[in-house]
Design a protein around this ligand. Structure first.
Ligand code: G16
Length: 543
């Protein structure tokens, strides 16, 4: 076995976005493209020699080839040991769990999350550090800088290896250990939640439906919900991971998880429905004919946290991304604990979690998690909800409405305009930015602008600063609009408009969300000129 040093030329477009490097599969298939990025990662990791890395992915198209390439490159770059999920599978939360549990140096995750897969779909590579969380911006920027000057990469010349059987083998001087992708994660879940109580709830006829969307969570959900908690086999649907996710779009929201949503609105609907995404870190929670917004879900889990054994001692604090509704803030206030507001991106929660300042965190983009790992965690949220319901013994809708009565309701929606001309999208944000100083004091649709700003975050732990993290406009009476461009898309630009209004009056809390927010939605267009600048009359996705 020989280590080859392969000459290459830099690609200019390898800057990681909100969550790793995500591109079309065809971009990754360009000669040396994947290798360049992986070598750039390795070159930026001081202390990699002899260290242990975790490797796995969501099973999407091109995972197989990428796994082989990365293993050979790891061996050629002096990595000591790689823990790889059987058949290359690891959900993002399981990878985070395994990095932490085995004290690994870091991990490489092959996923483009909820983006569609297949030869015409997306692929992605993400590096996670030793705490199990996504690499911080300082590291991803170094990796990007390295990718722009890279002239060669190292790879072991060897045949592809089999990854379908558990056990260890050598690859050059490196050890490869093929591990069960589910075991460590399932054990962690059992330590956090009251499995006996959930088991009893299900045994009493409480019916659930979990849609794995042909992505990575199928094997995890089967093990946890069916084998350990006793749910009937048919409770987990689309449970086999497929390289193209069955042609679907594994994004657990009202648009892309339509079949699940429809099943929860039928006469014979189950009591509880949930879905996760491509790599298993997102979640959507549904009751019979009822959708729980991710922002409300975070607030509810926080308010009920002590019902789960893992959180019995209470919460140190909560964090949410800036565009996420402020429902969690109200819970934090009542609990007398801090609530932090971070930019979009799970990586911003890492320091707060490591410093013990927060226990729970979440994002409007269907992400919820806690200090048990350093990624958001889809099945964890599902189990937390089941634990909550096993204690409350009330329908999902009742639990949520009781919360609104106690804390007030934050009507909330997100409108996405996808595949926009990037120039037009950037012009829209720039135009908005330019008028921020003039907005305060202006009124429209019965609302008065209190404050308008470009969100800037200073990390309270390491004091690093992230600028331009979204435009937010605060109104009186309490309402808010946020505008930002997605950092995860791979085609054109996506404008996200986040709309929120607080309703304290229980008599007014039962309106349809889009209707309750209609004046604000109109105002968003008036202020930002969405239709004028993008040519779009309505959003592509509403959640
Ligand atoms: C990623 C990030 C999340 C972020 C989401 C949406 O999720 O991990 O923190 O909220 O993208 O980001 P954007 O609005 O920039 O598209 P995932 O599930 O794709 O890894």
């Amino acid at each position: 076995m020989r280590i080859r040093t392969q000459a290459t030329r830099p690609y200019e477009d390898q800057r990681p976005g909100t969550s790793g490097l995500r591109k079309k599969v065809r971009v990754f298939q360009q000669p040396h493209y994947l290798e360049n990025f992986v070598q750039s990662i390795f070159d930026c990791l001081d202390g990699l020699a002899g260290a242990t890395l975790v490797l796995g992915g969501d099973g999407r198209y091109y995972n197989d080839q990428a796994l082989q390439t990365i293993l050979k490159m790891a061996a050629a770059n002096g990595v000591g040991r790689v823990l790889v999920g059987r058949n290359g599978l690891l959900s993002t939360p399981a990878a985070s769990c395994i990095i932490r549990k085995h004290g690994a140096f870091g991990g490489i995750l092959l996923t483009a999350s909820h983006n569609p897969a297949g030869p015409d779909g997306d692929f992605g590579v993400k590096y996670n550090v030793g705490n199990g969380g996504p690499a911080p911006e300082s590291l991803t920027e170094r990796i990007y800088a390295r990718s722009r000057e890279l002239r060669a990469y190292r790879i072991l010349e060897v045949e592809d290896v089999a990854l379908d059987r558990l056990g260890c083998f050598r690859l050059g001087a490196m050890t490869v250990e093929v591990i069960d992708p589910v075991a460590d994660y399932a054990e962690l879940m059992e330590s956090l939640f009251d499995f006996d109580r959930i088991h009893a709830l299900l045994a009493d006829g409480f019916r659930i439906r979990f849609d794995a969307m042909h992505a990575v969570t199928g094997p995890y959900a089967r093990e946890l919900l069916v084998h350990r908690l006793g749910a009937p086999e048919e409770s987990v649907v689309h449970a086999t991971p497929l390289p193209d996710f069955g042609g679907g779009h594994p994004d657990p929201n009202l648009t892309y998880a339509r079949p699940l949503v429809e099943s929860l609105w039928r006469e014979d609907a189950p009591d509880f429905g949930a879905a996760s995404d491509g790599d298993g870190d997102r979640n959507m929670i549904l009751g019979r004919g009822f959708f729980v917004t991710p922002s409300d879900s975070l607030a509810l889990l926080a308010a009920h946290a002590t019902c789960a054994p893992g959180y019995r001692d209470g919460l140190a604090g909560i964090a949410r991304s800036m565009p996420t509704s402020r429902a969690a803030d109200r819970v934090a206030e009542r609990l007398g604990i801090p609530c932090y507001e971070t930019p979009t991106g799970w990586k911003y929660f890492g320091n707060l979690l490591d410093a013990g300042r927060i226990t729970l965190c979440g994002e409007e983009s269907f992400g919820t998690g806690s200090n048990h790992i350093r990624e958001k965690d889809g099945l964890w949220a599902v189990l937390f909800w089941l634990n909550l319901l096993a204690v409350a013994r009330q329908p999902v809708a009742e639990v949520v409405k009781a919360h609104w009565r106690a804390y007030g309701r934050h009507y909330y929606t997100r409108h996405d305009y996808e595949g926009l001309d990037p120039e037009a999208a950037h012009r829209l944000i720039e135009t908005l930015r330019a008028q921020l100083g003039k907005l305060p004091g202006r009124s429209g649709q019965g609302l008065r602008v209190l404050q308008a700003e470009d969100f800037r975050y200073e990390d309270p732990v390491d004091h690093s600063v992230s600028e331009h993290q979204g435009i937010r406009i605060l109104f009186e009476p309490e309402a808010r609009l946020v505008f930002r461009l997605s950092g995860t898309g791979t085609a054109g630009a996506t404008l996200r408009v986040y709309v929120e209004r607080f309703e304290p009056d229980p008599a007014q809390q039962d309106q349809d969300t889009q209707q309750a927010l209609a004046p604000l939605i109109r105002l968003a267009d008036e202020i930002a000129g969405i239709q004028r600048l993008t040519g779009r009359a309505r959003p592509d996705v509403i959640t």
